[in-house]
Design a protein around this ligand. Structure first.
Ligand code: NAD
Length: 572
C-alpha cells in the first residue's frame, strides 16, 4: 500500500468519475444489494444515492480544504447493513485526502465491496492506494487494526467491536493513530398528545421496520403519551398489517429478510421471550423460507428494559404521563448511547427544549429518524454510539489529514496525584457549557430545516507534560466550552493539581471525557492503553497541537417544517 501522492484535483476527478460509474452500473448494484444484502428496491436506490453522494461530496470538500499531508495507510472496516454506502463513504474520505486504504468489508457482503472497488479502480484510483481485503473480522480485521504500519482506522459496526479495535490499536499502532468509530444505538422517539397520529404512525413504521429494522438509526424505543396511546397503537398495528414481507427482489415487498441465520435466531429469541412474558403486543407472520422475522411490537416500561441493541424489526413501546416528559429525556440520556432521536409534537417550545437536552448525534422532528442525507444531515453519534466526527459533514475530512503534536519530555516525578484527589478536583470544575458553541444551517430542500451545532465534549484532563503545555491545552479546551483540569508537576491555580497521574490510573479515574498530552510517544502509548482498557464510550487521546475540533460533539436537528395538523386544541 502506498499513499495516493497525486494532486488533489486528480484525486477529486477520479472520485467523481467513480460516482458516474456507480450510477451507470445501477442495475448490477441493485441486483447485488438484493441478492447479497436482502435490500428492497427503495433501500437499494437510497443506498446507491448515498454512496454517490459521499463520492461527490468528499471530492468537493477535498478541493476546498487547505493543503495538508495524508496520515498514511488507513484501514476501513464496514458493516453489512450499508455494504455499498458506508463501505464507499469511508474509503472516499480517506482517498480524497491522499491516504492509502486497506478496505475490509463485512463477511456477509464481499461481492458488493468487490464491485465498488473495481469501479473505483476503473475510475483511476491506483491499486496501490486501494486494496480490498475481504475476510473474517477476527482474523483479517484484527491484523489490519494492530499493525504498526496502520496510521488510522475508520470503523462502522457494533459498539463491542469498536472497543476490541480500540484496544488492538492501543497495543499495536502508533499512540496517535486515528480511530473513527461509528457504532450502534438505543434510539428513542417521543410522541406527545399534540402529534398528528397518522403522521406519527407513518414515521414510526418507517423508522422501526424499513430495512427490516437493520439500520443503526432505527427506532428501538417508542414513548407515547398515555392520553393517546390506545388509539395510536391501534392505528400503528393496523399500519403494520399493511406491510408485505417477502423476497426483496420483488417490488411488491416492503420488508425483506434479516441478514443471516444467527441474526434471525437472536432476534427471534428476543421476541419469543417477550411472548412468554405476555409482553408481545403484535407480530406479523413471516415467510417460512429465508431468514425472515415478522415485525414485532413489545411492551416495556422504558429504555431501561432494553439490555442491548436488537438489530432487527422489533419496536419497544412504553407510555408516559404528560408531566413526565423531562424525566424521559434524563432516562434516555442515562443509557449512554447517543445516535438518533425522534420527536413528534406540535409545540415549538417543546421542540426547542427537548432537542437542546437530548444527547444524540441526529435528531428528527415530525418525520422519520432514518436515511440521513450526505451534506444536509451529517451523520454520527456520541457516547457509546461513536467518536465523531460526523460522516458526510464538514468536520470529517480534516480528521484524515496528518496532525502531529509537539513532543515534550516528561518533567521529573515529584508527587503522584491519587485517584480520589483527581476525581474530587474533576467534580469541582466549573460546569461544562451546555449551549451550542457554533450553529450552521445546512443545505436542504424547502420544507425541511437542517441545523448542525457543536457542543462542548465535557471535562478534559490536561497532562502537559510541562506546565506551559498543560496551560495551553486547558486554554484550547476551555475555548470549546469544556472544563479543564491541569495535572502536572509544578502546576498552580484553582483548576490544577501539582503532581503526576500514574498512567494505569487513567483506566480507573472517573469523571473526564478526554485527555490531552504532548509527551513522548511511549508515554502516550501507556495512556492510550489505559484509556482503551476502560469500559464504556471510547475516550479521545488528544496528542495533536490543534486538537480544538476534537473537543466538541456535533449534533444535528432536522425538522419537517411542513408538518401540520395534530390536536391543536391542546396548544392553547
Ligand atoms: P460488527 O461489529 O459485527 O462488524 C462490523 C465489521 O467489523 C465487519 O466488517 C467485521 O468483519 C469487522 N470485525 C469484527 N470483529 C473484528 C475485529 N476483532 N477486528 C476488526 N474488525 C472486526 O457489526 P455488523 O453486525 O456488521 O453491523 C451492525 C452494527 O453496526 C450495528 O450495531 C449497527 O448499529 C452498527 N452500525 C452503525 C452505523 C453508524 O453509522 N453509527 C451504521 C451502520 C451500522
Amino acid at each position: 500500500a502506498r499513499i495516493w501522492d497525486t494532486p488533489v484535483a486528480e484525486r477529486a476527478a477520479a472520485l467523481t468519475r467513480a460516482a458516474d460509474l456507480f450510477e451507470a452500473n445501477h442495475g448490477e448494484i441493485f441486483a447485488l444489494l438484493a441478492r447479497e444484502a436482502g435490500k428492497c428496491a427503495p433501500d437499494a436506490i437510497a443506498e446507491l444515492r448515498e454512496a454517490v453522494d459521499f463520492l461527490r461530496y468528499y471530492a468537493a470538500e477535498a478541493l476546498a480544504a487547505p493543503a495538508s499531508s495524508p496520515r498514511g495507510i488507513i484501514t476501513c472496516i464496514s458493516p453489512w447493513n450499508f455494504p455499498l454506502a458506508i463501505f464507499t463513504g469511508q474509503i472516499a474520505a480517506a482517498l480524497a485526502m491522499g491516504n492509502a486504504v486497506l478496505a475490509k468489508p463485512a463477511e456477509q457482503s464481499p461481492l458488493i465491496a468487490h464491485l465498488a472497488t473495481r469501479l473505483l479502480h476503473e475510475a483511476g484510483v491506483p491499486v496501490t492506494a486501494l486494496q480490498l481485503l475481504p475476510g473474517p473480522g477476527r482474523v483479517v480485521g484484527a491484523v489490519l487494526t494492530s499493525d504498526p504500519a496502520i496510521a488510522g482506522t475508520c470503523f462502522t459496526g457494533s459498539t463491542a467491536t469498536a472497543q476490541t479495535i480500540n484496544r488492538a490499536m492501543a497495543e499495536g499502532c502508533a499512540p496517535d493513530a486515528m480511530l473513527i468509530a461509528e457504532t450502534g444505538g438505543l434510539n428513542a422517539m417521543i410522541v406527545d398528545s399534540t402529534a398528528l397520529p397518522e403522521q406519527a404512525v407513518r414515521d414510526i413504521v418507517a423508522s422501526a421496520f424499513q430495512s427490516a429494522g437493520q439500520r443503526c438509526s432505527a427506532l428501538r424505543m417508542l414513548y407515547v403519551q398515555h392520553d393517546i396511546a390506545d388509539s395510536l397503537k391501534e392505528m400503528l398495528f393496523g399500519a403494520m398489517d399493511a406491510l408485505t414481507l417477502g423476497d426483496p427482489w420483488w417490488l411488491a415487498n416492503d420488508v425483506g429478510p434479516v441478514i443471516d441465520q444467527s441474526a434471525r435466531e437472536k432476534i427471534a429469541a428476543h421476541i419469543e421471550a417477550a411472548r412468554r412474558d405476555g409482553r408481545l403486543l403484535k407480530q406479523l407472520d413471516a415467510p417460512e423460507t429465508g431468514w425472515f422475522v415478522g415485525p414485532a411490537a413489545i411492551a416495556v416500561n422504558g429504555i431501561e428494559d432494553l439490555a442491548e441493541e436488537i438489530f432487527g424489526p422489533v419496536l419497544h413501546i412504553a407510555t408516559f404521563e404528560a408531566g413526565e416528559i423531562d424525566a424521559l429525556v434524563e432516562r434516555i440520556n442515562a443509557r449512554g448511547y447517543g445516535l438518533t432521536f425522534g420527536l413528534q409534537t406540535r409545540i415549538d417550545a417543546r421542540v426547542d427544549a427537548i432537542t437542546a437536552r437530548i444527547h444524540a448525534g441526529n435528531m428528527y422532528v415530525n418525520r422519520n429518524q432514518i436515511g440521513a442525507v450526505v451534506g444536509a444531515q451529517p451523520f454520527g453519534g456520541e457516547g457509546l454510539s461513536g467518536t465523531g466526527p460526523k460522516a458526510g459533514g464538514p468536520r470529517y475530512l480534516p480528521r484524515f489529514a496528518d496532525a502531529e503534536g509537539p513532543q515534550i519530555d516528561l518533567p521529573p516525578l515529584t508527587r503522584i496525584a491519587g485517584q480520589a484527589e483527581v476525581e474530587a478536583a474533576l467534580a469541582a470544575l466549573p460546569r461544562v457549557t451546555e449551549l451550542p458553541l457554533d450553529t450552521q444551517t445546512m443545505p436542504g430542500p424547502t420544507g425541511e430545516s437542517n441545523v448542525l451545532s457543536t457542543f462542548a465534549r465535557g471535562r478534559v484532563l490536561c497532562l502537559g507534560p510541562s506546565v506551559e503545555a498543560a496551560t495551553q491545552q486547558a486554554e484550547i479546551a476551555r475555548g470549546e466550552g469544556c472544563a479543564a483540569l491541569i495535572v502536572v508537576p509544578g502546576a498552580k491555580g484553582p483548576h490544577a493539581i501539582d503532581g503526576f497521574i500514574e498512567r494505569p490510573d487513567l483506566q480507573r479515574i472517573q469523571g473526564f471525557d478526554a485527555v490531552a498530552i504532548w509527551s513522548t510517544s511511549e508515554d502516550q502509548r501507556a495512556i492510550r492503553k489505559a484509556l482503551a482498557a476502560r469500559e464504556g464510550a471510547i475516550l479521545p487521546l488528544l496528542t495533536e497541537a490543534g486538537f480544538a475540533p476534537r473537543c466538541v460533539h456535533e449534533r444535528h436537528v432536522c425538522i419537517d417544517t411542513t408538518a401540520a395538523g395534530g390536536n391543536v386544541s391542546l396548544l392553547a
